[in-house]
Design a binder for this molecule. Structure first.
Ligand code: AMP
Length: 304
């Protein structure tokens, strides 16, 4: 099985109450691909500038991620995002966004990337998400993530992009903003009416809720005593979620989606323990599975 992701490949400057980094590897496609690489073959699509060195490629390639469709744009700089978090780590505040190489990027996917089994349209300008979706006609399952910036400045394109995927992953504040519904169940229903058969509302440290036409499931965030940098938590969740669905289950049904929620929760929890990609880059599959078991025992209950 194989999974293609398009999204930002970035340098991030991040300040949290627990430390800061001036320039670290980040981007929605980077966090997603690292997380999903534990489950399946992953191909990343996106542009980088001259400042993106072999050291950065190594972080991806050491996890077996296929970087052939990362386009190097001569004379340009990599996408840059600067943000900070206050004492409440649940909300990212954007201080600067420099699209750089994304300014006039036109995705051109290789035949292998086009013919992957699954596709993830990670957070990036929704017209780019649509261009990639159009090139991957035969994929069996497509997911999409976004952020408030695109709801503010490109809402129509975003709604069109959502109508072309099977699953939307989105923050709870953003799904309320997008739909104008304050109730999460109604907001999820409004997104499903666009076309997707599953909607995941991400709720930061409080976890994530899955809505499908016939069901509901939710998991808390894995309880951690040390959270240093939440950047990329949503992308890591999506990577664990889609990576598991693509690599380790035969059929996407309600049970598979619940397992995928478990893996998403676990990958997100490791991601936030350290800055940027630091923790997930050296994570092991055993660590993932033992935290999944811990999460399972924390969330199981019966009346016996
Ligand atoms: P998350 O914390 O999972 O929502 O995603 C954080 C990542 O999103 C960071 O590594 C940023 O580089 C990336 N990011 C921030 N703003 C944007 C944007 N406007 N488009 C694409 N990626 C972005």
């Amino acid at each position: 099985m194989s999974l293609t992701v398009v999204g930002s490949i970035a340098f991030d400057a991040v300040h949290t109450p627990f430390g800061e980094r001036e320039k670290m590897l980040g981007g929605s496609a980077v966090h997603f691909s690292l997380a999903s690489s534990f489950f399946t073959e992953v191909r990343v699509v996106g542009p980088v500038g001259d400042d993106f060195a072999q050291t950065e490629f190594d972080v991806l390639e050491n996890r077996g991620i296929i970087t052939d469709d990362i386009e190097r744009v001569a004379g340009a700089q990599t996408f840059f995002w600067k943000g900070h978090y206050e004492f409440d780590l649940n909300t990212a505040h954007t201080d600067d966004t420099q699209l750089n190489v994304f300014g006039d990027f036109e995705p051109k996917l290789s035949e292998q990337s086009k013919s992957s089994d699954m596709l993830f349209l990670a957070n990036i300008q929704p017209d780019l998400q649509r261009q990639v979706r159009a090139q991957c006609g035969d994929i069996s399952f497509a997911g999409l993530d976004t952020m408030n910036l695109w709801i503010d400045i490109a809402k129509d394109s975003l709604l069109a992009a959502m109508s072309e995927v099977d699953c939307v992953l989105i923050n709870d504040a953003e799904i309320r903003q997008l739909t104008g519904e304050s109730n999460l169940a109604r907001a999820a229903k409004a997104v499903m009416e666009l076309g997707p058969s599953a909607v995941i509302a991400k709720q930061g440290e409080y976890g994530a809720a899955l809505f499908t036409p016939g069901g509901f499931f939710a998991l808390p965030g894995f309880p951690l005593e040390d959270v240093r940098d939440p950047t990329g938590a949503g992308d890591s969740f999506a990577g664990g979620f889609l990576g598991y669905l693509d690599g380790e289950c035969d059929r996407i049904d309600e049970n598979a989606l619940r397992m995928a929620m478990g893996y998403g929760t676990v990958l997100a929890s490791y991601n936030v323990e350290e800055f940027g990609t630091e923790r997930v880059a050296r994570l092991t599959r055993d660590e993932i599975d033992s935290r999944l078991e811990a999460l399972r025992s924390m969330t199981a209950f019966d009346g016996g």
